[in-house]
Write a protein that binds this ligand. Structure first.
Ligand SMILES: O=P(O)(O)OC[C@H]1O[C@](O)(CO)[C@@H](O)[C@@H]1O
Length: 543
């Protein structure tokens, strides 16, 4: 299954085909076949994908789809949706898709009615959010809540923080949210500035409730609150989101104000469940549910649409095409929407924590490159920063451009200028400008090479009507499934993250060496020892 197709017959067929396509330009491909635009467009929910500006022909798409079939992708999708333990290294089901099943759906996993559990939590979150939004919930001094501060990190931060920013225009109850993640005290300090403890609610979000950054920030936030309002205020100003009720209670948060989820939801796949609580407070339960409908729409599309028209399958297989055949290292994600400014950061965890693996699910080494490096910035800002390399650099950087037809609000035609830039960039990247064209404009010959735009730089364009809660859900689900498709082809477990553990453990071991009054003890390596001594000296401690 999966990784077995790497270097198999279909793979080698693609390699041979790659030899034929590699030397062709997008100019040639479009000139020969203008009809490709009509064929290379797919719709999924509100999202339209134009993938005609990719270095592919119909044959490429056919071969990529055949590879996906051979890899058992169809079966793998069913195994995920039905709750099989496809996260093999942790022996867990992978069921983020269950977080957005409608209430009348049915799914039993490991003897448990998953849909009922999910909707029980959604209802509890909804009731809590409404109480805060309607000002029925009062803080210790009787004042309503004005700010929700989410304390979490990784999947317990990036999802809700990204979505809150994306949907800021829908935050209609006058409640703002802030997100604290970093153990750097500057983060909490900055986020607490200007806040009144009497009108602040902390949501401590941690799947495990053992993450040092989150618990430390939560402790400091607790002291900030207690110093101002006293110990009895904690119950009215702290809620928790976790799978670990015992640790939540130990921390001193009333489990009546705890919102749960399950081990079958990975941290980076969790903001459409209870981890989205602060988002729900800001935009309201109805809009949160609209977002879940968007997720579900793409889940259904992914599960039921033939691969040739299946957006996550096509985008995932294009990722394989560029990573393993063209040797591309990265994929840029370029939303032409300022509200999506945290989307690339969110995708970095989703994609890189999932597919940054060098062994297959069975523990054997992978044979090809895995894990695209995702990065990006909103357009048009990126155009004035790093697009130079995209246009004229030596590296191939496939890019996803994301645009919307309708802005939430427009002024002076700014939104059309934004969209014109998106379209201009993808066109320039694909078709460039030749030396002859530049010379014909009267450019001095010695300057011509500097102005040549090589083109042939592949892009996807994703266009949606408007950045609504539903469309955001669709976009996120799209990328979740892109990750899945790639993981299946590579045969890896996209749902564990063992690579982050060693560094965490070592930090715990190193911290006493930084703070102790005793001379530093033994170290595993001389470089770290020398840096510890230098740090201690800089902090005026004994070396
Ligand atoms: O929600 P938790 O348990 O605090 O974990 C936070 C993050 O830490 C990680 O485990 C990585 O260190 C992520 O996978 C997770 O999203």
């Amino acid at each position: 299954m999966g990784g077995e197709v790497v270097r198999g017959v279909e793979w080698e067929g693609l390699r041979k085909h790659f030899g034929e396509v590699e030397g062709r330009t997008l100019r040639e491909l479009f000139a020969e076949d203008p009809g490709r635009v009509a064929r290379m467009g797919v719709q999924a929910g509100d999202l339209f994908l134009d993938y005609s500006k990719h270095r592919v022909t119909d044959e490429t798409v056919g071969l990529l789809v055949a590879l996906a079939e051979k890899a058992g992708l169809r079966d793998a999708v069913e195994r995920m949706f039905s709750g099989e333990h496809i996260n093999v290294s942790e022996d867990r089901a992978v069921l983020h898709t269950a977080l957005r099943l409608p209430a009348d759906a049915s799914l039993h996993v490991d003897g448990q009615d998953v849909v009922a559990d999910v909707h029980e939590v959604l209802d509890k979150m909804g009731a809590f959010a409404e109480k805060i939004r309607s000002k029925e919930w009062r803080g210790a001094t009787g004042e309503p809540i004005a700010t929700v501060v989410n304390i979490g990190i990784g999947g317990s931060d990036l999802g809700p923080a990204m979505a809150y920013e994306a949907l800021l225009d829908y935050a209609d109850a006058g409640i703002t949210a802030r997100f604290v993640s970093n153990i750097d005290p500057a983060d909490l300090d900055g986020k607490l500035r200007g806040l009144d403890p009497a009108t602040t609610l902390f949501v401590v979000s941690s799947k495990t409730f053992t993450t040092i950054e989150t618990l430390t920030n939560a402790r400091v936030a607790r002291s900030w609150l207690v110093d101002a309002l006293g110990e009895d205020a904690v119950g009215k100003h702290f809620a928790a989101v976790s799978t670990n009720a015992e640790k939540v209670a130990e921390f001193g948060i009333d489990t009546a104000n705890m919102f749960g989820f399950w081990d079958w939801v990975g941290g980076r796949y969790s903001y459409d469940g209870a981890i989205g609580l602060s988002l729900m407070v800001a935009i309201g339960p109805a809009r949160f549910r609209e977002m879940l409908d968007g997720f579900h729409t793409i889940d259904e599309h992914f599960r039921t649409t033939p691969f040739e028209k299946n957006m996550p399958v096509l985008m995932g297989m294009l990722g394989i095409w560029y990573t393993d055949f063209f040797g591309a290292q990265t994929r840029a994600v370029l939303p032409y929407a300022q509200r999506l400014h945290r989307f690339p950061a969110y995708l970095q965890q989703l994609t890189m924590e999932s597919n940054g693996k060098s062994v297959k699910a069975d523990g054997s080494p992978v044979e090809v490159d895995t894990g695209e490096i995702f990065w990006g910035e909103p357009g048009t800002n990126g155009q004035h920063a790093f697009y130079q390399l995209l246009h004229q650099g030596t590296r191939l950087v496939p890019a996803d451009f994301i645009g919307f037809a309708e802005p939430f609000a427009d002024q002076a035609g700014m939104h059309d200028i934004l969209t014109a830039n998106l379209l201009a960039q993808t066109s320039a990247l694909a078709f460039g400008k030749t030396a002859a064209e530049i010379a014909a404009e009267g450019t001095p010959p010695e300057i011509v090479p500097h102005k040549v735009m090589p083109g042939n730089r592949p892009t996807s364009t994703i266009l949606a009507p408007k950045l609504t809660p539903r469309v955001l859900g669709e976009l996120v689900a799209l990328y979740e499934h892109v990750v899945f498709v790639e993981g299946v082809i590579w045969g890896i477990d996209s749902f564990d993250q063992w690579g982050v553990e060693l560094g965490k453990k070592m930090a715990l071991g190193l911290e006493p060496a930084l703070t102790s009054e005793e001379p530093p003890g033994d170290f595993a390596d001389a470089s770290t020892e020398s840096l510890v001594r230098r740090y201690r000296a800089l902090r005026g401690r004994r070396v």
